[in-house]
Ligand binder design. Sequence first.
Ligand code: ZN
Length: 246
Amino acid sequence: MAGGIRVTVWNEGEHEKLNAEIAKLYPKGLGGQIAQYLERQAGIASVHVSELSDEGQGLTDEILARTDVMTWWGHRAHGDVTDENVERVCARVRDGMGLIVLHSGHYAKVFRRLMGTSCQLKWREIGEKERLWVVDPGHPIADGLPEYFELPHVEMYGEHFAVPQPDQLVFVSWFEGGEVFRSGCCWHRERGKVFYFRPGHETLPIYHDEHVLKVIGNAVRWAAPCGVEAVTRGNVEPLEDIGPAA
Ligand code: ZN
C-alpha cells in the first residue's frame, strides 16, 4: 500500500515481567522481539508496540486509527482486555484492519468474537518436535519458504480446533506425539483479513526462528488493507432505469 504498512504489535506483556527465564529469552518482551524483525521488512513503514498496561490497554482510538495491521499475542490475561476494547478492535477489522493472531491468542476475546466459535483445542507441553507443512504453496504467506520447516521443541496444539472452516489454509502441523493441527488459517471478515498462526509460547525461543518470523512478515503484507475503499449497504435506488416494480 502507498506509504507502507503501519503495524501495531499488541503484546499482553505479562509473562516477561513475571518470569526471569522468559525475560532472558525475550529481553525486549515478546512484542519487542516481533517488532524488531518487522521494522526491517519491505513494505512496512512503521511498527508500534502496544501492551495491556499501556494507556487504554494500548488500543486507543488514536492507535487503532493509525494501524493497518495488528499482530496479537496474549495468554494469561485474555480476560483483562475490556469488552469495549474487544468490540473496537473487531470493528476496525470489519472496516479493513488486518489481524494476525499468534499462538495462545486463539483464546483471546478478540479472536473468539471474530470467529463466533469456542476456538478450543488440545494441548500438551513436553517440548516435542513440530513439522509445519505448506499446504498452499502459491499463497503469499508461504512466499520464500521451503516445503516444510521444523521447530525442535514446542508446545503441541492438536485438532479439533473449534474454528469456522478457514477461507484459506496455508499450514498444517504434524507433531512428534502423533497429532495434527491447522496451524496457518486465513479468514475474511467483511473488509478485513484475519490470519491465525500457531507457533509461539512464552518459555520457548519460537519468535527467534527465521521461518516463523518470515511467516509473520508475509502475513502482515497479506493482511494489509486493499481493494474497494467505500462500500454502500442498505436500501438503494436502481442504477438503471427499470421502470416501476411489477
Ligand atoms: Zn503456549
